[in-house]
Structures are given as C-alpha cells and as structure tokens.
Design a protein around this ligand. Structure first.
Ligand SMILES: [Zn+2]
Length: 204
C-alpha cells in the first residue's frame, strides 16, 4: 500500500510515566469529553479523540494511548510520553506501556509551534465539524489527511500563523476532527465545551 507518504512508525520504550501532576486533571477532562461522545469509539470499534499535556518546560508531552477510545476512564498506563517525533518521516518515539497514535504528531506540532502551549485535545464531532466550517473557523487543508506528515505540517502552520496561545480549528481533511489548544487544560476544555454548546444550537 503506497498512498504517497511514509507509513507511520512508532517506537515504544517500556517504562513508567514521569511524575505529572497535571495528568489527573487531564484525565478528568477526558472523561467529561467521553461522556459527551467527543472522545469514544465508532460502531466499527475504532477509537477516536486524544488528549495531551506538555511535561513542564520540555518538548515532551503525555498523551492518551492508541485504541483507548472505548474506555470511559483511563488509567495512567493508558497514557504514554512522546519523547520526540519526526513529522516529515512520520515517526514517533515514546515511553510508557502503550503506544502513541499517529495523531500524536499533530499534537507535537502544536507544542513545537508555540512553547507557551501546554495542552492539546483532539475530538471528533460531526455536528461541531459542520458548524465550525459553516461559521468560518480556521481549518487545516482538506488535502491533509489523518495521521500524515501533511496534517502535522498544516497544524504547525496554522498555529504559527495564528500566533495565539489558545485556539480551536477543524481538520478539514480528517472527517469530524477538531483540535483545540491552550496554555492550560482548563482553557482548552472551555474552548471545546463552548464550541460544542454553540454547535448544538444552545448559544448562551
Ligand atoms: Zn481523529
């Protein structure tokens, strides 16, 4: 199968997570989003959505692992640390008990684009996806598909161009995908909940 890009490769080093006080809060927010079905599992059994937080003052981040969408509440072992990644080569190096998904490169690209960003959350919602595109929200190119170097590059471009520490945008080439980021976990949660409320027609 050659779709014109390098196949995603993930290298997992078995190990425990470093101390990360923010993980408790991140996991709480993930459960809130799971209850809203913004993170979850499709009828075919494919999980969607992932949450991450930067390890204080480093380029590393902790992210929910691949294929965890079915679980309402994650354990620490359902998360891993992304130590480094190479978006152009479609390659991720992580430590933990579970692998990072190919979407972790889009998270990494956001962190790389602005060192003041400390939290990134990717959710899926057909309603939000339609609403945000109809209302002029920022979006990555329709040609940038799921888990590719292109979507990571597009994500980095968008965050850099915006120049703000906080934002929310649609991944137009990755159906139903929305990414939000900010300086802390609470602000990202608020961005997502607000966009979700508005898209459901319950504007305050
Ligand atoms: Zn996705």
């Amino acid at each position: 199968m050659n779709e014109g890009y390098t196949k995603f490769a993930v290298h997992l080093t078995q190990g425990d997570l470093p101390a990360c006080p923010a993980l408790t809060r991140l996991n709480e927010v993930r459960t809130v989003l799971h209850d809203l079905e913004l993170i979850g599992v499709l009828p075919g059994g494919i999980g969607y959505g992932n949450v991450s937080v930067r390890l204080d003052g480093t380029s590393k981040f902790i992210i929910s692992g691949t294929a965890t969408g079915a679980k309402r509440v994650l354990a620490p072992t359902d998360y891993c640390v992304v130590d480094s990644f190479d978006a152009a080569r479609n390659e991720v190096f992580c430590t933990g008990r579970i692998q990072a998904s190919s979407e972790s490169m889009s998270h990494g690209s956001v962190y790389q684009a602005n060192p003041a960003i400390n939290c990134v959350i990717h959710i899926h919602s057909a309603v939000m996806f339609r609403f945000m595109q109809a209302n002029g929200y920022l979006k990555t190119s329709e040609k940038a598909l799921y888990g590719t170097p292109e979507i990571a590059a597009e994500t980095a471009r968008l965050v850099r161009d915006t120049g703000t520490v906080q934002g929310i945008f649609v991944t137009a080439g990755h159906e139903d995908g929305v990414i939000a980021y900010g300086a802390d976990i609470d602000s990202v949660e608020q961005l997502l909940l607000e966009a979700n409320r508005q898209s459901m027609g319950c504007e305050l």
